[in-house]
Design a protein around this ligand. Structure first.
Ligand SMILES: *[C@@H]1O[C@H](CO)[C@@H](O)[C@H](O)[C@H]1NC(C)=O
Ligand SMILES: *[C@@H]1O[C@H](CO)[C@@H](O)[C@H](O)[C@H]1NC(C)=O
Ligand SMILES: *[C@@H]1O[C@H](CO)[C@@H](O)[C@H](O)[C@H]1NC(C)=O
Length: 281
């Protein structure tokens, strides 16, 4: 994952290593006629480099790179390496990728639609986990949309590739079977709150481990975490674990009690109190 505009240094290795190689550097361009990539030489690398590293400045978009090495006269060339990708979440990519529902974390058996957009008639959605996979190999690709439907948990990077050679920005998508049930709205100081853990298809779980900011805070058979009087120090990230599966974490916000009491009066007091709340916090 790269911040748009950062520098990338590629390095290439020949095995078994020996002296006298020249290194050639390429970028991957989606090629729909071969269903894979075509490799175009990077500017400045046509005649190869003596060093086995190559620096690219100002990389703004998601891109794939590969290298190969050559030696001797006539030159013997190795195969291309596997392509390596850098992913960016560039706000203005050549091609766009939208996700619906628009979030990173999804639940198993919930459909997630990835839609590719831009100046191309042909698209594929690529997934990277341990290697590169087409959306259509596991799920359904209809026109420029891939619909993910999984009852297994996973986390992968997804992006779109167009028939005219472009990449979209990339997104993380994760699917979980276990979820933490926590309040979506801030909890008022002094109030009581109960967090629980749900596995898809099962209503109530026992033997649940709860974490607050990655620190184990409860590990027993109660199955829920009850905080009888919430204080500011309870604010933070919570997650739960059951049978080795860990839920994604959720943020629980805590708001001051005074804020709550005053907001009921009128708009003027709500304003005063809003300021007070932030000073207080
Ligand atoms: C990707 O999908 C195409 C069909 O659109 C298929 O022919 C190709 O083999 C797939 N590539 C991979 C790496 O699975
Ligand atoms: C997961 O989905 C597949 C088909 O999509 C189904 O055959 C399988 O039984 C499901 N597994 C569970 C645990 O629901
Ligand atoms: C995707 O997840 C990785 C960690 O797994 C993180 O470093 C990266 O910043 C995430 N990218 C986006 C765009 O959220």
């Amino acid at each position: 994952w790269l911040n748009p505009g950062a520098s990338v240094t590629l390095s290439c290795e020949v095995k078994p290593s020996s002296a006298g190689w020249r290194f050639y550097w390429y970028k991957a361009v989606p090629d729909f006629s071969t269903n894979y990539y075509r490799y175009d030489p990077l500017p400045g690398s046509i005649s190869g480099t003596v060093e086995n590293s190559f620096r690219i400045d100002g990389q703004k978009h998601t891109a794939g790179f590969t290298c190969r090495a050559g030696k001797g006269n006539p030159e013997y060339l190795t195969d291309y390496s596997e392509p390596k990708f850098v992913w960016t979440s560039d706000p203005h990519p050549a091609a766009s990728l939208s996700v619906s529902p628009d979030r990173e974390q999804h639940f198993t058996s919930e459909s997630v639609t990835l839609n590719c957009g831009g100046n191309s008639a042909e698209w594929r959605v690529k997934r990277f986990r341990d290697g590169f996979i087409n959306c259509s190999d596991s799920w359904e690709m209809t026109g420029s949309s891939c619909t993910i439907n999984s009852n297994l948990s996973f986390k992968s990077v997804f992006w779109c590739e167009s028939g005219s050679g472009e990449f979209s920005d990339a997104v993380n998508i994760s699917v979980h079977g276990l979820l933490l049930v926590s309040p979506v709205h801030p909890v008022t100081e002094g109030a009581s709150v109960t967090l629980s853990c749900r596995l898809r298809g099962e209503t109530k779980l026992s033997d649940v481990i709860f974490y607050h900011n990655d620190k184990l805070i409860q590990n027993d058979s109660r199955g829920e975490l009850k905080i009888s009087a919430v204080s500011q120090s309870d604010e933070g990230f919570y997650k739960c674990e059951h049978s080795g599966e860990v839920s994604p974490q959720s943020w629980m916000a805590v708001k001051g009690g005074v804020f709550n009491a005053l907001i009921l009066l009128n708009d003027y007091f709500a304003f005063v109190c809003f300021v007070y709340y932030h000073c207080h916090k």
